[in-house]
Design a protein around this ligand. Structure first.
Ligand code: FA5
Ligand code: MG
Length: 454
């Protein structure tokens, strides 16, 4: 089914223009958006909108989603997975208190349909709606999120997040004492995780403070409730991964050790204090989830105000699913190849067995950056180069790396060289095809950004 339709084919543009289409409008999931100078969502990206991998019960991302949801079934949470990925800048940024100059708002980092609408960059874009309309104390939201980013085995411009949140309304209780007792009771009712070692840093009272509208006791209890909830998610998932690895015959040392996790302090504009959780997995700390106590302003913007206190977290599903199912390349999630898709079944964690490895084909792009009239060279944002590669190569682009950079001592001109590995997961690629794709990308970079190829 064709869910996304571009009205007019793209035409090449000049150096300083940021939009990719002169089409007057683009349509996404049946809604039409007038384009303007902010429009930078490419047809390749728009084609992925509506694929809804997380709703497929037999897809690794869908299996992971169900694993988490089932754990919290019956614990007063509502599960949402139907929000439109097109959101307003108000929902994605303003309502959460992102400052006007926050880098996340930049056209280099996000995919805009126009100056008012973008593809959500995180599931937090729906927090205020859920706080407003949810009839249970907590909720989960799952969805696809979109970010312009580098190209390699763990980065893809679309990935999946699961948002969790929980609120307590002060006026529901006769006294603050009663409220605190309820939070304590909810904490006691939260399943305890087993077989994990947790390091907790607490929070810095100045850099990562409690909010004025909450007491020390509220902050402490709700923080504990938040952390215990996330620890349950993490231990559930990673212990399942260990069982799957053992079943598949792995004898690796780490499978018999308790899971190590640590809390580190973080910053998000709409939570305070804030943290991230990291998991020690095969020799490195892996960042899984950002979280914190929701700021009063979000509750105010949801029509609730100082009467409500609570927490929220956002967990990335793809990297965890890669570990869980032993999937080596994030692009595999998007393949339609039955040799991938037929390996996974609802409710079951199983390790991926690679069906074959096709050789890669390396090409470099070397160029001089253009000079401005004042003699300064104009930088090319790496994400703009990544987009040009993606636009022409699609999922053939396995990785793109900056491998060389220098300024000419005499002319002061700056040169860069990026290396692209073209490698399909599903088939052999011919040299002719790679050359054609690579040449198109080079031409496009010259036309759009005024680069001089070397
Ligand atoms: C956020 O997106 C916040 N919305 C999380 C949050 C929610 C904080 C609620 C506070 C309250 P962050 O950009 O760090 O935060 O992303 C959250 C998680 O998504 C990361 O921990 C990581 O697991 C995953 N993630 C982030 N970027 C990528 C990427 N490019 N590819 C795959 N996973 C990613
Ligand atoms: Mg982060």
């Amino acid at each position: 089914m064709l869910l996304v339709h571009r009205i007019i084919p793209r035409i090449p543009l000049r150096l300083s223009q940021r939009f990719i289409s002169s089409a007057p409008a683009i349509s996404v999931l049946g809604q039409t958006f007038k384009t303007d100078s902010w429009t930078n969502a490419t047809p390749q990206i728009l084609n992925l909108v509506g694929r809804d991998l997380y709703k497929d019960p037999n897809h690794p991302v869908g299996i992971l989603k169900s694993l988490v949801e089932n754990r919290f079934n019956g614990l007063d949470y509502t599960f949402y997975d139907d929000f439109n990925p097109v959101v307003s800048t108000y929902e994605n940024f303003d309502v959460l208190g992102f400052p006007a100059d926050h880098p996340g708002r930049s056209v280099h980092d996000s995919y805009y349909l126009n100056s008012k609408y973008l593809l959500r960059t995180h599931t937090s874009a729906h927090e205020h709606q859920c706080f407003k309309r949810c009839h249970t104390p907590g909720y989960f939201i799952t969805g696809d999120v979109y970010r312009r980013d580098e190209i390699d085995r763990t980065h893809y411009p679309v990935f999946h997040q699961m948002e969790g949140a929980r609120q307590w309304v002060r006026s529901d209780y006769k006294s603050n004492e009663e409220l605190l007792e309820k939070i304590q009771a909810d904490l006691d009712a939260t399943p305890k995780s087993s077989g994990i070692i947790v390091t907790d840093v607490g929070h810095d009272p100045v850099e990562n403070p409690k909010q004025d509208y909450m007491s020390e006791r509220e902050t402490d209890l709700i923080g504990q409730h938040l952390k215990r909830t996330i620890e349950v998610v993490v231990s559930e998932v990673f212990n399942a991964a260990k069982i799957a690895a053992k079943e598949a015959g792995s004898k690796e040392e780490y499978l018999n050790e308790p899971l190590k996790i640590r809390w580190v302090e973080a910053y998000f504009p709409w939570t305070s204090p804030s943290w991230e959780i990291e998991v020690w997995w095969k020799g490195e700390w892996l960042e899984c989830c950002g979280c914190g106590l929701v700021r009063e302003q979000v509750f105010k913007n949801s029509g609730k105000g100082s009467d409500t206190i609570g927490w929220a977290f956002g967990i990335g599903l793809d990297r965890i699913a890669m570990l869980l199912f032993d999937i080596p390349d994030i692009r595999l999630f998007w393949t339609q190849d039955a040799r991938f898709r037929d390996q996974f079944r609802e409710g079951k964690i199983s390790l991926f067995s690679p069906y074959s490895k096709y050789p890669g084909s390396i090409r470099d792009i070397s160029f001089w950056l253009p000079k401005e009239s004042d003699g300064e060279f104009k930088e090319l944002h790496a994400n703009d180069l990544m987009e040009a590669v993606r636009a022409n190569a699609g999922d053939l682009a396995e990785s793109v790396k900056l491998i060389d950079e220098f300024v000419h001592p005499k002319t002061g001109r700056k040169s860069q060289c990026y290396r692209v590995n073209y490698q399909s997961m599903d088939r052999n690629v011919t040299n002719e095809e790679v050359n054609r794709v690579h040449d198109k990308t080079r031409e496009e970079l010259v036309e759009k950004f005024g680069l001089e190829l070397r």
